[in-house]
Design a protein around this ligand. Structure first.
Ligand code: BGC
Length: 765
């Protein structure tokens, strides 16, 4: 062992010696290049191809048909570049030891994981966090996740997911930031900043992996892995900017998506991975495929494994996740000239560069520090943050007669299958979290209420009574547990419990795995068993508060009619119960705003606020014949993008523009006054929307172009400012050039996309 370490050190020092002479003169990048050139000079073809191979030995969540086999032997023979799904300092150290003691060149492995919303401390699902509209908070959540995962041996996280999604049937909307490009791009950058910190390699930062490149959120019919097809102009304008923002923020890696783009799957799409990503955007990091996505191109219809693997490498893929297409076919493809050694070298170099930047050549055990793991994992700081984030992700959808916040007196009936539940609090893609550590709502409510409130509990219903549905949802554990009592017994217990209370709080919605990967739904309502419960509770005549947990926007028409209040809590994470109690009792005044429209029914999908006007827009008022509308439902969603209530109210007035005309070199200051007109301190997300009513290509009815989150005390007023410059007025024209066209623009300041409080006109000369 000692001897092997010595030789590893020797190898490094030899490589270092070669560059020491020029050390002072050489900038960091040149030092890295020299080191890698020297190392690659020693590598055999097999070893180079080995670096392009990412495996998972199982133990984590396998999302494809296979997990890797013979992993140890492959590591020892230099045929593995990285692993994911290996968790914990001990296991990671063991695997790293194999690489740096057994393999010939002792090249350390990368260790990755799906750290999607917190690592071992689970934070709210990303869609929930996005509803905070708080970039500081989002950066902090990624930073905390980076610290916790880096302390536990990881150097690479498969996050952020920045896929724009306008279809809530798609289960993976839970993992993203919703429908809006501008907000999505800000969040993408904030997360990369949080994960990668000030400096990769500082020991508490991890390499981000932006996914899924590209357009994965546009799967037809909301069915996961389905075909996508869209115009270039739509891609450039609405779908690509968040990936670009993450690249601009310095993301070290990017993951290809499963879908096709213009008929070519992303993992073989040279236009996407090389022309756009590397040449136009200047991306310098490494490209990894999604899980077996190279192999899946056989089923897409592009050819056999050798063909699709060669296509992937040629397109610009560096690392092959799990499928081993590169490992098993590239040597032969080199001989038959389907790929060149330059292609293999380029991919290998990028992977070695990532390892270098993460400091793994200096110390392959840099992230394996038991003391750090002991202090960082589920520390008080992490748990407190989880509680805070959980409260800040909540969106108050309705609050009639100020039924919320709850008073800390009398009797509360806490009802519902998610009210005293640990298995579903973390949400989807919490592979490293422990559901059993999560705080149920009942526990959180009891702790917050103290002795002054009598809290009664009844389950009331199963999440779903459908056993075959439950079986599909329960693949990672029992998320839907079907009670041994009959639905009728549970219901009557719940109604009797409600009858004894002053107010009823029902915690209802989806099981955590009813959204997420391969969890598309064609009916996005609350399951029937719970709808019956909600109706029965409403009939008791007691004020009914619904706390809705879900990983996607749900259709909530009936619920909205019968409930006095509704709080959209998403899946809040490990501190769920405490976070929800904080909001329900008013320790935290909700400030979340929706980042995805909530449709009235599935037939309205895709539904998004920044739609085009069409040539036959439906005017305000009743449905008109020969207009763009439906016979059986309104056009607008039940709850629009940007919507969310507070326990207080806000007044917007005194809009002024520093000029009503500007040239493309100038900018205009938009000022207005925001006043807290209620009796609680509260935060408001003020939103700037613009419309370009006349342009060379059709433009949306409005587009978010800026926002601020502001805290005001009761009665307090603040003057707020937005700056409008040429950038904010620009769009992609039909030549795909980012341009602003002269003319008049509508300036709108709103509390949501559908609640515009102030309007003005601005002219670009
Ligand atoms: C998912 C990715 C994930 C990967 C590795 C895939 O099925 O699409 O988001 O990072 O598995 O777990």
């Amino acid at each position: 062992m000692k001897r092997i370490f010595f030789s590893f050190a020797l190898l490094l020092s030899c490589a270092c010696l070669r560059v020491t002479a020029q050390k002072k003169a050489l900038p960091e990048e040149a030092k890295m290049n020299a080191f890698i050139t020297a190392l690659m000079g020693k590598m055999t073809l097999t070893e180079k191809i080995g670096q392009l191979n990412l495996l998972t030995p199982g133990g984590g969540v396998a999302t494809g048909a296979v997990v890797s086999t013979d992993v140890e032997a492959k590591i020892s023979s230099g045929k593995v570049g990285g692993l994911f799904g290996v968790i914990g300092v001990d296991k990671i150290r063991q695997a790293q030891e194999l690489a740096v003691t057994h393999s010939r060149l002792k090249i350390p492995l990368l260790f990755g994981s799906d750290v999607i919303h917190g690592y071992k401390t689970s934070f709210p699902i990303p869609l929930g966090l996005s509803c905070s509209w708080d970039m500081g908070l989002i950066t902090r959540s990624a930073r905390l996740a980076a610290r916790e995962s880096a302390a536990d041996g990881l150097s690479w996280v498969f996050s952020p997911m920045v896929d724009i999604a306008r279809d809530p049937r798609w289960g993976r909307v839970a993992e993203g930031s919703g429908e809006d490009t501008y907000l999505g791009a800000k969040i993408a950058a904030a997360m990369v900043k949080g994960y990668q910190g000030n400096h990769l390699g500082d020991g508490n930062s991890v390499m981000a992996c932006v996914k899924h490149f590209a357009l994965y959120g546009a799967a037809e019919a909301g069915r996961d892995y389905n075909t996508t097809d869209m115009s270039r102009i739509k891609m450039y304008e609405y779908y690509l900017p968040p990936y670009k923002a993450a690249v601009d923020a310095g993301a070290g890696s990017i993951m290809t998506s499963f879908n096709e783009i213009d008929g070519i799957p992303a993992s073989a799409n040279r236009w996407l991975l090389t022309d756009l990503l590397r040449k136009q955007w200047g991306f310098k990091g490494m490209v990894v495929t999604d899980y077996t996505s190279i192999n899946e191109m056989i089923d897409h219809g592009l050819g056999d494994l050798a063909t699709v693997s060669a296509l992937a490498l040629k397109a610009g893929v560096d690392m092959d996740m799990v499928g081993e297409g590169f490992l098993t076919t590239l040597e032969r493809s080199l001989k038959t000239h389907r790929v060149s050694i330059a292609d293999i070298d380029a991919a290998c170099r990028r992977i070695l560069e990532a390892k270098y930047k993460l400091g793994l050549f200096e110390d392959p055990y840099r992230y394996c520090n038991k003391a750090a793991a002991a202090t960082e994992i589920r520390s008080n700081e992490q748990l407190q943050a989880a509680r805070e984030f959980g409260a800040r992700a909540c969106v108050l959808l309705k609050n009639e007669k100020q039924v919320l916040p709850l008073k800390k007196t009398g009797t509360i009936a806490l009802i519902g299958p998610l009210a005293n539940n640990k298995n579903n609090m973390l949400g989807t893609w919490a592979v490293n979290g422990d559901p059993q550590l999560s705080v149920p709502v009942l526990t959180g409510m009891k702790q917050a209420a103290g002795n002054a409130v009598n809290i009664l509990y009844a389950k009331g219903a199963n999440i779903s009574d459908d056993t075959s549905f439950a079986k599909k949802v329960n693949v990672f554990g029992e998320r839907i547990d079907i009670d041994s009592r009959s639905p009728a017994d549970m219901l009557s217990e719940a109604v009797n419990t409600a009858a004894k209370a002053d107010v009823v709080v029902a915690v209802v919605g989806e099981a955590s795995e009813m959204s997420g990967e391969a969890a598309s739904r064609s009916d996005i309502g609350i399951p029937e068993s719970q709808r019956k419960l909600i109706q029965a509770l409403a009939q008791t005549g007691k004020p009914l508060v619904l706390v809705v947990m879900s990983g996607r926007p749900l259709t909530l028409n009936m619920e909205n009619e019968v409930a006095a209040a509704m709080l959209q809590a998403w899946f809040p994470g490990q501190e769920a119960g405490n976070a929800i109690a904080d909001v329900l009792f008013g320790a935290y005044n909700p400030s979340g705003k929706l980042t995805m429209s909530f449709p009235r029914n599935v037939g309205q999908i895709p539904i998004y606020y920044n739609h085009k006007n069409t040539g036959r827009p439906q005017p305000e008022g009743p449905t008109q014949k020969f207009r763009s509308n439906y016979l059986d439902v309104e056009n607008d969603p039940l709850f629009p993008f940007g919507y969310g209530l507070s326990y207080t109210t806000f007044k917007y007035d005194h809009l002024t523009l520093s000029a009503v005309r500007m040239s493309s070199q100038q900018s205009v200051d938009v000022a207005f006054t925001l006043t807290n007109t209620g009796s609680y301190a509260g935060e408001e997300v003020v939103q700037l929307y613009l419309r370009d009513p006349v342009a060379s290509v059709t433009r949306p009815v409005k587009e978010l172009k800026d926002f601020q989150k502001v805290l005001l005390q009761p009665g307090e007023s603040k003057q707020l400012h937005f700056t409008i410059d040429k950038e904010k007025l620009s769009f992609f024209n039909s030549k795909l050039q980012w341009e602003a066209e002269p003319g008049s623009f509508d300036v709108m300041i709103g509390a949501s996309s559908a609640d515009i409080r102030l309007k003005a006109k601005l002219e670009l000369q």
